[in-house]
Write a protein that binds this ligand. Structure first.
Ligand code: 5GP
Length: 192
């Protein structure tokens, strides 16, 4: 599909800091936009509907699925997460670079649907640092932390299929690496 090179998929284990890195990138480069996913997860403190996610009930989410308004979705730690078609296809057509921050299964599905998209995996410096960041965030209970850490190991092991990898040692530097990748792909990526 025309415009696939404008799609950038960013994944990384929970707690790796990918959202902070992407937020830093978007602040410095407002010509790049990001998608707002749909989820059935309850909002965390400070999260706003339509900004962080489109928060939905399971019934609502399943209705969107049945109506083919969601291009990829997954169940992650007991909740649905999905990318709305309306969040990506218009921007692809207009040539607006757009970033999806989604987990690995969704990234694989996007890459199969839009082979011209670029997938980028954000790695933590090491597993100890990942656990420290996840705990410092203070948003999850112990059971969820353990589930997320277990899932992180599998995700890292399967990340070889990504087009690009960056290590988040320091937010600014990592955001700059992401920007270099985006610039390169926009210049040299295939556009259909
Ligand atoms: P969190 O609950 O921490 O906000 O997100 C949990 C995981 O779901 C993260 O890895 C996040 O990137 C992923 N995620 C968020 N939105 C989507 C989406 O639309 N599709 C998929 N496949 N994963 C998503």
């Amino acid at each position: 599909m025309k415009g696939e090179k404008y799609l950038f998929v960013v994944s990384g284990p929970s707690g790796t800091g990918k959202d902070t890195v992407v937020a830093n990138l978007l602040k410095k480069h407002p010509e790049i936009q990001h998608t707002v996913s749909a989820t059935t997860r309850p909002p965390r403190e400070g999260e706003k509907d339509g900004i962080n996610y489109h928060f939905m009930t399971r019934t609502d989410f399943e209705k969107h699925l049945a109506e083919d308004q969601i291009v990829e979705h997954t169940q992650y730690c007991g909740n649905y997460y999905g990318t709305l078609r309306s969040e990506i296809e218009g921007r692809m057509a207009l040539g607006i670079p757009v970033i999806l921050v989604i987990e690995v299964e969704g990234a694989g599905n996007i890459k199969r649907m839009y082979p011209g998209a670029t997938t980028i995996f954000v790695l933590p410096p090491d597993m100890e640092e990942l656990e420290r960041r996840l705990r410092n965030r203070g948003t999850e209970n112990e059971e969820t932390i353990q589930r997320r850490l277990k899932r992180a190991e599998t995700e890292i092991a399967n990340s070889v299929d990504y087009d690009e990898h960056v290590v988040n040692v320091q937010v600014e530097t990592c955001a700059d690496s992401l920007y270099s990748i985006i610039q390169f792909r926009l210049k040299h990526g295939k556009d259909e």
